[in-house]
Design a protein around this ligand. Structure first.
Ligand SMILES: [Zn+2]
Length: 152
């Protein structure tokens, strides 16, 4: 069985390999943003990531987080998941999956499904559109928001 540490080491190794392949320097900012994406289960926004990364890099600005995410996204190390309200949300995106987005709390939950993975655009799009990937996004109400809340 792999320990959490071994898993993290493997993921950081992947990060270094991708940086080398795409000619990116491994900077403390990029490393910390990526590390935080790996750790996060909640598909954080720029502001959420900024609050977390700032603990280790106190001078980092939201703008740097934003630019770092764009750089990581181009290198295939970060994925822009969905926009909830006005803010884009991100994840490390290691294994292919789909999402459920709660319209009440903005929570984003991962959905792993071989059946959904098999969906192809096929003839739904004109041939000139080259599809890289298909991702399904369910929208609705998550179980904790569906629970009746007692009146105050
Ligand atoms: Zn996800």
């Amino acid at each position: 069985m792999k320990t959490e540490q071994e898993k993290l080491d493997r993921q950081l190794e992947h990060f270094r390999t991708r940086c080398a392949e795409t000619g990116l320097r491994v900077t403390p900012q990029r490393l910390e943003v990526y590390r935080e994406l790996l750790r996060a289960a909640d598909h954080p926004s720029v502001d959420m990531l900024h609050r977390r990364v700032r603990r280790r890099l106190p001078t980092i600005t939201p703008d740097t987080i934003y630019r770092t995410l764009n750089t990581l996204e181009k290198a295939g190390l970060a994925v822009r998941v969905s926009a909830v309200g006005n803010s884009a949300r991100f994840e490390a995106g290691l294994v292919r999956h789909h999402h459920f987005v709660c319209r009440a709390c903005g929570g984003i939950y991962d959905v792993y499904s071989k059946r959904l993975d098999r969906i192809h655009a096929g003839k739904d799009l004109p041939a000139e559109y080259r599809v890289d990937t298909v991702q399904v996004e369910f929208r609705g109400i998550c179980p904790s928001c569906a629970e009746p809340h007692p009146e105050c």
